[in-house]
Structures are given as C-alpha cells and as structure tokens.
Design a protein around this ligand. Sequence first.
Ligand SMILES: Cc1cc2nc3c(=O)[nH]c(=O)nc-3n(C[C@H](O)[C@H](O)[C@H](O)COP(=O)(O)OP(=O)(O)OC[C@H]3O[C@@H](n4cnc5c(N)ncnc54)[C@H](O)[C@@H]3O)c2cc1C
Length: 322
Amino acid sequence: MADKVERLKTLIIGSGPAGYTAAIYASRADLKPVLYTGMEPGGQLTTTTEVDNFPGYPEGVDGPTMMVQLQKQAERFGTEVRIGMITAVNFSDEVGGIHKVTVDDSKIIEAETVIISTGATAKYLGIPSEQKLRGGGVSACAVCDGFFYKGQEVAIVGAGDTAAEEASYLANICKKVTMLVRRDEMRASKAMQHRVNSLDNIEIRYNTEVDTVLGDQVVEGLRMVNNVTGEKEDIAITGLFIAIGHKPNTDIFKGQLEMDETGYIITHGKTTKTSKPGVFASGDVQDKEYRQAVTAAGTGCMAALDAERYLATIESHQEVSS
Ligand SMILES: Cc1cc2nc3c(=O)[nH]c(=O)nc-3n(C[C@H](O)[C@H](O)[C@H](O)COP(=O)(O)OP(=O)(O)OC[C@H]3O[C@@H](n4cnc5c(N)ncnc54)[C@H](O)[C@@H]3O)c2cc1C
C-alpha cells in the first residue's frame, strides 16, 4: 500500500557505472537527483575483482572499490543515494507530465524525469561447480577478463554471435580456445562462424556441454559431456567463459516503454531518450552491443544531459505560456 508521495526533479534507478555517472552530472546540474540502488548496490562490477580497462586507474582497481568511489563522487555533489528497489512504474505520455514510480511496493515517488540504469544480468549455466568458481576463473565477460588468461588455455560456452565474437577475441590472446556448442550446429551468423572456423587455435566441440568445472579455489580444468553419446572428457583449462546471453533488467518497464524483442530498452538516435518524454535509459539496459563499464558511464552522462535539456525546455515553455 502506498504510504507517502514525494516529488523529485530527477530519479535515477540503478547504482552501476551508468547510474552513478548520471548522478554526478545531474547533481552538478542542480537536478537534485535521488538514486535507488536496487538489490545489487554498485551493480555488476561488484561481482568482479579486477577492473583493468576503466580509464584513470593505471594499476587497475577492484570492482567494489571502484563503485564505492563512484558513489562518493556522486554524493559529493549532493546526490541522495537510497537503498531500495523500484517495483512498479507508471510513465506519463505527456511532455512535461509526471512519472509515478513505486519503491519497495510502498512508497510513491513522482518524478519530472527518470533515468533508467538497471543494467543487464549475465546468464550462467547454474551448475554448482560453475557457481563456486565464479570470479575464480569462471567469467561471463571475455572482453573484461580475457586478458588475465593471456597465453593460457581456456574454454567458452555458447553458440550465438556473442559467443563467436568472444571466442575470436579470446583466440587473439589465449593459446587455445575450446568452444562448447550444445547442438550440432552454431546459431551464430555465417560470417561469424566463418571467423571462428578460420582461427587455428579455436576447437569447436559440437553436441557438448559442461558436466563439471574442475578446481577448488580456481579453475583447473573442465569435464565435458557429449550429449549424444554420454561420453565424458576432461581438459586442462584455467578460464571458462560463459557466453549464453544476458537478460536486461526491464521486467517492470514492460508495456511502458518501447523495447526490442529481447527486452532491451530502445533509445532514439544518438540520445538516451526512450519512447516516453522525460524518461531516459543508459548503460547495459539499452546496450546489448558493448556492455562495458566505460560505455555505461558514457551513456549515464548523456542521460543526465538529456534530462537537464528536457527540463530546461519544459521550464522555458511554461514561462512563455504563463
Ligand atoms: C563478472 C563481470 C566482470 C566484468 N568486468 C568488467 C571489466 O573489467 N571492465 C568493464 O568495462 N566492464 C566489465 N563488466 C561489465 C560491466 O560490469 C557492465 O557493463 C556495467 O556494470 C554496466 O553498468 P550499468 O550501470 O549499465 O548496470 P549494472 O552495473 O548492471 O547495474 C545495474 C544496477 O541497477 C540496479 N537495479 C536493477 N533493477 C533495479 C530496480 N528495479 N530498482 C532499482 N535498482 C535496480 C542494480 O541493483 C544495479 O545497481 C563485467 C561484468 C561482469 C558480470
């Protein structure tokens, strides 16, 4: 039940690099943003140890530390960071309309602008040995973590374009890449399949799945199973990459915003504008292409600038009409 209504200029949903960057820009522009963290304060980077590719950290930084720093930077300019989950939204169709947002099924917020930065969640296989070794050699991001396996033997699970792309990326860095494809063919486009097939150090195993990830603290090998013959085989690897897709965190926006067939929010042109005026989307929730912290931060900046311009247009329109 609703217990309280609060009016805000700018509400930011999500506390990953996109949300905090939007918060830094929005608070410096005096939009007095309130940011809700969701269930994963700090976002996906809090699940990784080493971030080596975010500009400004010559020695690298561990993910949780970087996210605390981003939070502090946003708070320094007046962003109010609150723990809480947005559980429902009712976005206005009108330019200058007020968007109603429910927090934790109870509190109602009315916001002039909303910046959605709810990210995407990488899908994992869900088997215990894989879960145990997440961060210990099991990763869902080859571009992020491939570098740590330079010159080593790794495996990748997946059969779509992203898996093929990531396998090629790994093949440039690693000694050998074993690619596990569940069916007897890949789903990736012919062009991507051709790329994978042309690389000598990628070995594709069709009809093959992960039985067990071997290792105690870190990945030491992989027990594969052929799903036609039932035959099992162990290989020595140090890294296992899961590339079976991501799920954008957009369930609560269904029916409210334009999305693509996989649930990513569609933004218009080179902006972060969504299908509703005053609602903007930044980060992985609207980007299935790049999915990096720096690109998420970049679009977070854009969303705050778009929100600021939108509010300025509304205010000048109201002044002219009054
Ligand atoms: C294991 C791993 C390692 C990675 N390593 C790197 C790396 O080294 N370098 C790099 O550039 N990228 C890396 N990435 C990718 C990077 O983490 C993402 O691209 C980036 O975090 C996306 O930022 P974001 O702000 O869009 O969303 P996220 O970081 O996904 O954050 C989403 C936020 O939204 C919140 N949220 C979701 N739903 C709600 C709701 N209903 N209400 C309120 N809040 C909500 C969540 O709690 C979370 O705070 C890695 C990813 C993973 C999984």
